[in-house]
Design a protein around this ligand. Structure first.
Ligand code: FES
Length: 68
């Protein structure tokens, strides 16, 4: 689904950019072009960053618990 109409960027492209290391909306903008226009998609980019951070944190906690 296209979430950035201005730059024709999909939710998948944004999620992939985050998985590949983007850590801020500016990073996502530089990699995909999303959020380079009106800014309506900024919330989606921020939500994607937060969701990814939560997954990374959960994985770290799971690994920590498995080791300890
Ligand atoms: S919808 Fe993404 S910048 Fe306008």
């Amino acid at each position: 689904m296209i979430v950035c109409i201005c730059a024709n960027v999909s939710d998948r492209a944004i999620a992939q950019a985050v998985r590949e290391g983007c850590q801020s909306v500016d990073d996502i903008t530089m990699k995909t072009g999303a959020c380079s226009g009106c800014g309506q998609c900024r919330g989606h980019c921020q939500a994607e960053l937060q969701a990814h951070a939560a997954v990374v944190q959960a994985k770290a906690l799971t690994e920590h618990c498995a080791v300890g």
